[in-house]
Design a protein. Structure first.
Length: 130
């Protein structure tokens, strides 16, 4: 579910300033309505993007028989465009690094992701969706 308050919470100063402008402009709500509609539009775009990512993750998870932690990795990739082993460890702190590396290897073998970076020991190595 989306909440319009997420938009307002990002910049409380502008929120209160816009409300105050109604009083300062003889109760003309044009500025407030413009701000409100912009917030609504922004939130709807974000909700649509989140929904599309969740659906895509679920489809990939089912199609390729991925487990919950692998689904988390796919969701992260969809949201951020890339994933490092460090990101994966932060998503799944209870899982040892070797298991996460096996998950990444499985993704590579299934063609879900591709590796970016100079080589296996490159500290900038990361993964992107194929």
């Amino acid at each position: 579910m989306f909440t319009i308050s997420e938009y307002y919470d990002r910049d409380r100063q502008t929120f209160y300033k816009t409300i105050q402008s109604v009083r300062e402009n003889d109760m003309d709500m044009t500025g407030w309505l413009d701000y409100f509609i912009t917030g609504l539009e922004t939130q709807m775009i974000e909700v649509k993007a989140r929904g599309e990512r969740v659906i895509r993750r679920d489809v990939m998870t089912q199609k390729h028989g991925l487990n919950e932690r692998q689904g988390k990795a796919i969701e992260f990739l969809l949201a951020h465009g890339e994933l490092t082993i460090k990101n994966f460890e932060e998503l799944c702190p209870e899982v040892n690094r070797r298991s996460l590396q096996r998950d990444l290897k499985s993704f590579l073998e299934k063609g879900l992701i591709k590796e970016a970076g100079a080589g296996p020991t490159d500290p900038t190595r990361h993964y992107v969706l194929s």
